[in-house]
Ligand binder design. Structure first.
Ligand SMILES: Nc1ncnc2c1ncn2[C@@H]1O[C@H](COP(=O)(O)OP(=O)(O)O)[C@@H](O)[C@H]1O
Ligand SMILES: [Mg+2]
Length: 455
């Protein structure tokens, strides 16, 4: 069914804009049909070839507008689970209606260098779209719609799976009436039901198979740490593992082969140990994607988002800030003490209240936030003491840290190395430096321990 709101929004965008930018929120939809139902309109993605600048002329692009309503916590409360019996405390799988408020931040919380999430999303959307082609003979192709994200722990694999299914459900909203996420609890399958995991996997996938009989439902299955139930059978038969693992893997492979013929099912898996996965499983995977630890530029952006959140929430004082190189000088400027204000636009500070020269009564200082990576390179070049440059210097030291660790350090540093009261952005960066040093010392210590144990 054509979506009236989508068509009207696309038309209005064409009338009002000559060019657009990815990430831009747009407004001005008063008067279109059902305009009262339009909340945010955001330009989220460009999926064409070439131009990756983020800016696009409206003449060059074809708009694909999707309208959706996020499922709220109330809908989520009715979230069902697939249980072996009613008394089950640990469900084998949980079902979440999509798109869901609980998953809404996942996409934006991840930082990668090379638009990796957008690329994966494009592959999967194309894959599902092509499978829905009415005349396509599915048996001609060996296509499982199975993706495996692998890489070191804490690199964002599980978060990316959830972010992808959320986006998929929105992007394919005009193809499917409904979407659900089924998260398989792989640990529950193997550990608790020792000896029965094969049967459990069989029954869980049977339920998924039944649910997916409705072609109007997009079924997104997520299996975190899939090596738990798809371990190498060679190792099992060598006696290194139990037969239970072997049965689990066999059962999983059979289940995946059954799902293959249902074009409305997509399976996303994660693994920290791709070498431990059975080769027959890996062979069925259509998209294998390494999710690496963040690069220095990505680390800068992760620290940036954490520090800016500390400022936004007033845990870090937004009233004291480092002034940008101005026509006069570079100084640490301070406004009169008052309740911390929200960050945002530029602010004028009365420098008479600081220690600086009374002959320059006013100066404009930057908002006390860490700028984007490219802004930092342009605006703070040659200012090594600026918070932005200090964060960049730190980012280059944190090579190999996981996304999980990186997101922890700014707030951990603040808790450990500041004492409450007014805390400036400079203080927060100093605290982060201390936290990074401590983390590096721990890593160095554990490497030394390992070496000593070997000798
Ligand atoms: N590339 C990244 N950018 C931003 N945050 C990240 C990144 N990788 C991991 N994180 C953060 O680390 C946490 C753990 O990530 P998770 O998805 O569980 O990693 P994994 O499944 O690879 O072990 C999440 O809170 C996530 O936001
Ligand atoms: Mg994980």
């Amino acid at each position: 069914m054509p979506c009236q709101i989508c068509e009207a929004v696309a038309e209005r965008l064409g009338e009002n804009y000559v060019s657009v930018k990815v990430g831009q929120y747009v407004n001005g939809f008063g008067g279109i049909p059902h305009h009262e139902q339009v909340g945010n309109v955001e330009l989220v993605d460009y999926t064409g070839p070439g131009n990756i600048t983020g800016f696009y002329s409206m003449q060059e692009v074809q708009l694909d507008v999707q309208a959706y309503l996020l499922k709220t916590e109330a809908d989520t409360e009715q979230r069902r689970s697939i249980n072996q019996s009613d008394e089950e405390e640990m469900p084998q799988a949980r079902i979440l209606p999509l798109p869901n408020v609980l998953l809404n931040e996942a996409w934006n919380s991840l930082v990668f260098d090379d638009a990796l999430p957008a690329r994966l999303l494009r592959y999967i959307v194309r894959m599902v779209g092509m499978m829905s082609q009415p005349d396509l003979n599915l048996s001609t192709f060996n296509w499982n719609r199975l993706c495996l994200l692998h890489g070191p722990p804490g690199s964002g694999k599980s978060t990316l799976c959830r972010a992808l299914v959320q986006k998929l459900s929105i992007r394919l909203g005009n193809v499917f009436d409904k979407s659900v996420l089924i998260e398989i609890n792989t640990n529950a399958m193997l550990s608790k039901y020792f000896g029965e995991s094969g049967k459990l996997i069989g029954s869980t996938f049977e339920k998924i198979f039944t649910m997916a009989q409705d072609p109007g439902i997009l079924v997104c299955v997520v299996m975190d740490e899939v090596e738990t139930i798809a371990g190498s059978r060679e190792k099992s038969t060598n006696g290194m593992e139990c037969n239970d693992g072997l049965r689990a893997t066999n059962q999983l492979l059979t289940a995946l082969d059954r799902l293959r013929n249902l074009p409305n099912v997509i399976v996303l898996c994660t693994s920290n140990l791709i070498d431990a996965i059975d080769p027959a499983f890996v062979d069925r995977v259509d998209i294998k994607q390494l999710i690496p630890s963040p690069s220095p530029a990505a680390i800068y952006n992760i620290f940036r988002s954490c520090l800016n959140e500390l400022v936004r929430s007033n845990l870090v004082d937004s009233a004291v800030q480092f002034s940008e190189r101005s026509s006069s000088s570079r100084t640490l400027s301070s406004s009169p003490r008052k309740p911390a204000t929200r960050s945002g636009g530029r602010k004028v500070v009365n420098r008479n209240t600081s220690a600086s020269s009374p002959s320059e009564p006013w100066t404009i200082v930057s908002p006390p936030i860490i700028p984007t990576f490219s802004d930092m390179k342009v605006r703070f070049e040659g200012q090594p003491d600026s918070p932005a440059c200090r964060v960049w210097a730190l980012a280059q030291k944190c090579h190999g840290f996981s996304g999980r660790t990186l997101r922890r350090l700014p707030i951990l540093g603040l808790a450990m190395y500041t004492w409450g009261g007014d805390c400036t952005l400079q203080d927060a960066v100093s605290a982060l430096e201390a936290a990074v040093e401590q983390e590096l010392a721990v890593i160095k210590g554990s490497k030394r321990d390992i070496q000593m144990a070997r000798t």
